[in-house]
Design a protein. Structure first.
Length: 494
């Protein structure tokens, strides 16, 4: 497979009062495993159920109820790791992370601490054609989600919904390789894209399927040392991620330049005020008193099982993008747009197969996707099928219709449906290629505009005016190339 060449971008520089600074960012992305059942129980993970409807005895921590691992969730974590070119640990273990919170019935979270199921990998974060940041993945571990505390239903009481308790999460931890707010948002976007291709997480941030904790620190420009970091919790929007990092970087720079120091702490972002605020001092691992969960045996995977998962991975975004550039001749930018969603890429390839790849990309991206985006629809809701759009391109290629007629035809197919070739015939949209008819129209326009003839002969670029008049006279049906050639011939210009 052909690979594209990339260069790494320079870090974003923040101008301070006494010098320049750069920001250092690491991410912890919590991705809900695409599983119908929870990590250690058979309770449903369906979104939008009535409060406490999807709760088993295990989730509620009833006495004597023991967790049983959902092997599908393990498979999805391994699949994600392979998609990130990561090391798969054949031996891993679950630990208890102890803390008290009302929506954590057990009083501990079952997670993986020192022995995660997935080790080191990487993500290539695209920032512009030919520019990408390579972000190292430190680990992916499996853990169960907590429930949800609700504080705004009663002025005196709080309520707890345990529907999310025990839902399987993959925590994807990056190295501190990210160097700007924009890169951080693109990192999450790229991770979501890869997992959607793999089918391991739906990436729906509005429903809580994907959340990110962002670790932010600053240091003087050119320094290799790491500053004290603050963690911004539970970010569920690309835009908010960028805003929170930018605010936090400037906050830390102001403190340091004023002679202060940064306290390592956990913070929350308030999108209404556009600022972060302190939540609690940053916990260390010993604060959670991790120890191996006595109710769960270690996970022992067979290499053959892992290899079988790897053999059935789909073509991933970076490989698909490189192939579209190599096979269909599209630009890297257009390829990036097309592979942003797997369904979009599949639609494009169905249109482009056996046709001009660049022309197909232009119609798919600009005409179809542009229209769908404007109306708030995805390609799965497109009223124009790949076969119909391909048929329009075939009519252009055969010379049956011009580009202008094609756009009119596209509008008809989009709003009314039907077979493009049949529509062209029944509505008389076929392009006029009879040179005799075109020549008659050219002669008529030239004869009616003698003053324009003299101007065009003096300045040949004005010949385009005659082309436009002939196209208008023929209702846009004349072959534009034939019109252009005849106009120049009749006017005696090049």
């Amino acid at each position: 497979m052909t690979t594209l060449a990339y260069v790494e971008p320079e870090p974003k520089i923040y101008a301070g009062a006494v010098g320049d600074w750069e920001v250092v960012i690491g991410m912890e992305v919590h991705a809900q495993v695409a599983s119908k059942a929870k990590l250690f129980s058979g309770a449903s993970t369906a979104f939008g159920a009535e409060p406490n409807a999807n709760v088993s005895l295990v989730d509620a921590a009833m006495p004597g109820m023991l967790p049983v691992i959902n092997d599908f969730c393990v498979e999805q974590a391994v699949r994600t790791g392979l998609g990130l070119k990561a090391e798969i640990n054949l031996w891993s273990r679950f630990d208890r992370k102890n803390y008290f919170y009302p929506d954590l019935p057990q009083g501990y979270q079952i997670s993986q601490y020192k022995h995660p199921v997935v080790g080191e990998g990487e993500v290539l974060v695209d920032l512009a054609p030919g520019v990408a940041r390579r972000v190292r993945i430190e680990r992916i571990h499996l853990e169960q989600d907590a429930g949800k505390s609700i504080h705004d239903m009663d002025p005196a009481r709080s309520f707890v919904d345990l529907n999310r308790t025990g839902v399987a999460l993959m925590e994807i931890v990056s190295r501190p390789d990210i160097r700007s707010p924009e890169e951080a948002a693109e990192f999450v976007r790229k991770l979501r894209q890869i997992m959607r291709y793999l089918g391991t997480c739906d990436g729906n941030m509005q429903e809580g399927s994907l959340r990110a904790d962002v670790n932010v620190s600053v240091r003087p420009k050119g320094s290799d040392a790491f500053g004290t970091r603050c963690e911004i919790k539970n970010m569920n929007s690309m835009r908010f991620i960028q805003q929170a990092i930018d605010y936090e970087a400037r906050r830390q720079i102001a403190i340091l330049e004023d002679g202060g120091s940064i306290d390592q702490e956990t913070r929350l972002y308030d999108p209404t005020k556009g600022e972060t605020r302190s939540m609690r001092s940053k916990e260390e691992a010993h604060d959670y008193r991790y120890f191996p969960d006595p109710d769960l045996l270690p996970l022992e995977l067979e290499q053959a099982w892992v290899d079988g998962i790897g053999a059935n991975l789909p073509e991933l975004p970076d490989d698909k993008k490189a192939r579209l550039v190599a096979v269909y001749g599209v630009t890297e930018y257009d390829a990036s747009v097309l592979v942003a969603d797997r369904a979009n890429a599949d639609f494009y390839e169905a249109v482009a197969q056996g046709r001009d790849g660049k022309q197909a990309a232009n119609w798919v991206i600009n005409e179809l996707f542009g229209r769908l985006n404007k109306e708030g629809h995805g390609v799965d809701e497109s009223p124009v099928s790949a076969a119909q759009l391909g048929a329009i391109l075939d009519l252009i290629a055969k010379g049956d219709i011009s580009g202008k007629i094609a756009k009119d035809l596209f509008e008809i197919v989009y709003t009314e449906g039907g077979d493009p070739a049949a529509i062209v015939e029944t509505r008389g949209m076929r392009q006029v290629t009879d040179t005799g008819a075109i020549e008659a129209a050219v002669d008529q326009v030239i004869a009616a505009n003698p003053e324009k003839v003299a101007q065009a002969q003096a300045k040949p670029s004005l010949a385009g005016w005659f082309v436009g008049q002939v196209m208008k006279a023929t209702g846009g049906k004349a072959n534009p190339q034939a019109v252009n050639a005849l106009v120049k011939q009749k006017l005696g210009v090049e």
